[in-house]
Design a protein around this ligand. Structure first.
Ligand code: MCA
Ligand code: AMP
Length: 486
């Protein structure tokens, strides 16, 4: 029996077996039903090397991942909107032996060669014993974009899941009495680890919206939900809707905890929500590779523009360009955030070079995020080392992978991709292209469809700019800073 979910144990003393564990739309499972369903599925995948999960925002995804964790089989969540190229890369790289999917869902041809196991949320089976359930054994492989090349698979050990969720419980006073509402995708850490495994580890409940809407969040918060998790784009949409929506105001005002993460929450949205509801959104900071590093604590001061203090067990330092750690938090010295602790990933799958480059000699992970620390220890993120990483809607997107996809379009001779500020998405993706035929340049729609079909819809450019030539330095390298939109 895995100890990741004490409440799923038949001998659980925590959550009662008839407490709701998961609700997706009209479907729900109690802890007893979830234990039986996950046990049934776990029995079918035991002994597999690695399993892919077709991670639609549905009950089946949660049951599949819990089953894999109970069986001690690492799970690879797949974005169900992945395009052909991205999917092919992830499958070749992670070599799953089967794919878990909701019954009746249509899978793309790239998955045709894999054995398919339909997840039956009404299955029954005992929670299996054994499997690779040691602390350091891999639990998840989550794909995350870098500046160049295709996404890398971050191997997340079981220890990291337990540590990060318990650290958040400490910071947020998160208990089995909490009912979380969220509408995040389930193929990334935010929605899957914090948003699904989090409530289950505490013995509490999750209500997933299927798809985020301010209205859905308000409905659930006004009907017993205590916490809301979202990316800044979701809080921006809430801030926009608040003035005309007394139900939404009431919902937020009554919530125990409103948490934002995955990207910086603009101070303007933070302040608008505070003014309308009297409640402040708290921010936490993490990465796929590190899970959660810092958070404003439930009993701390939610200061707009800061991500709080290091979580229990996380060692955090700011380091200058030459590798010197900044000794004292002074509110102004900027350095790269480096972290060490049991919350970290183990490696990038099949990428020893990238893994080695990501760590310092003394075992700290280089996040690439730049920050200052206020004198009282609060971390304030001020930027990112790499200009070729874009955060749009809370998704991390590498400029390089989009450029490569654009270059595969026959109408594109040269391409460069940048991010520019967007009030809703944080950053929007801009494609700068030199058309193959200046007389008939490809349209934005054509290029967006091309990128969405190869990579994923959230990686598609939102803006297209044509140029006669890309600005390059003497070495031939594209000078992205010279690309401005006016
Ligand atoms: C539009 N669509 C298309 C195309 N254009 N589909 C195919 N081809 C096209 N050319 C579809 C989209 O698939 C989508 O479909 C719909 O149109 C709207 O698309 P989009 O504009 O992308 O959606 P949005 O409404 O702008 O999305 C905003 C969002 C989303 C809901 C906030 O960005 C989101 O869910 N973000 C969460 C990201 C996240 O979880 N990040 C965590 C990673 P449909 O309508 O069917 O959806 S970071 C992390 O995990 C770390 C650890 C951390 O710190 O949290
Ligand atoms: P990902 O690789 O998709 O896991 O994204 C991780 C990155 O998201 C981090 O390196 C940060 O740049 C960013 N991030 C996550 N949470 C926050 C936050 N609260 N404020 C600012 N940036 C954040």
């Amino acid at each position: 029996m895995s100890t990741l979910f004490p409440a799923l144990s038949p001998a659980a003393t925590g959550a009662p077996a008839d407490r709701p564990a998961l609700r997706f739309g009209g479907r729900s499972l109690t802890y007893a039903e979830l234990a039986a369903a996950a046990g049934g599925t776990a029995g079918r995948i035991r002994g597999a090397g690695r399993v892919a999960v077709w991670a639609t925002p549905e009950m089946e995804t949660a049951v599949a991942v819990v089953a894999a964790l109970l069986a001690g089989v690492p799970a690879v969540p797949l974005n169900p909107k992945s395009g052909d190229g991205e999917l092919a890369h992830i499958l070749t790289d992670s070599e799953p032996s089967l794919v878990l999917a909701p019954p009746g869902s249509e899978l793309p041809p790239a998955l045709a060669a894999l054995e398919r196991v339909d997840v039956d949320v009404h299955a029954t089976g005992p929670v299996p014993q054994g499997g690779r359930t040691g602390d350091g054994d891999p639990a998840l492989v989550v794909y995350t974009s870098g500046t160049t090349g295709p996404p890398k698979g971050a191997v997340i050990p079981r220890r990291a899941l337990a540590t990060t969720l318990d650290a958040l419980a400490d910071a947020w006073r998160w208990t089995g009495d909490d009912v979380l509402v969220q509408g995040l995708p389930l193929f990334h850490v935010h929605g899957l680890v914090l948003g699904v495994l989090g409530p289950l580890r505490r013995g509490g409940s999750l209500r997933h919206l299927g798809r985020f809407s301010a209205e859905g969040a308000a409905r659930e918060l006004n009907d017993g939900a205590t916490m809301l998790f979202g990316v800044p784009t979701m809080y921006h949409r809430i801030a926009e809707a608040l003035p005309g929506d007394p139900e939404l105001v009431k919902a937020l005002a009554g919530a125990r905890l409103l948490v934002s993460g995955s990207a910086a929450l603009p101070v303007h949205d933070h302040e608008r929500i505070a003014a309308a509801t009297g409640r402040r959104v708290i921010e936490r900071y993490g990465m796929t590779e590190t899970l959660m590093n810092t958070s404003v604590r439930a009993d701390g001061e939610p200061r707009a523009g800061t991500v709080g203090v290091p979580l229990p067990g996380v060692e955090l330092r700011l380091v200058e360009d030459d590798g010197t750690p900044i000794a004292e938090p002074d509110g102004e010295s900027v350095g790269e955030i480096q972290v060490r602790g049991p919350n970290l990933f183990t490696e990038y799958l099949n990428r020893p070079d990238a893994t080695a480059a990501a760590f310092t000699d003394d075992g700290f992970f280089r996040t690439g995020d730049m920050a200052v620390r206020d004198p009282d220890g609060y971390v304030r993120i001020v930027g990112r080392k790499a200009t070729d990483l874009i955060k749009s809607g809370g998704y991390k997107i590498g400029a390089g992978e989009i450029e490569n996809a654009l270059l595969e379009h026959p109408g594109v001779r040269e391409a460069a991709v940048t991010g520019e500020p967007d009030p809703d998405l944080g950053e929007r993706i801009v494609a700068w292209i030199v058309p193959a035929d200046p007389a008939s340049p490809p349209s934005l729609d054509a290029l967006a469809d091309h990128v969405a079909g190869r990579l994923a819809p959230h990686k598609r450019p939102r803006v297209l700019r044509h140029l006669d030539a890309l600005p390059r330095n003497d070495m031939g390298k594209i000078m992205k800073r010279a690309l401005t939109h006016d």
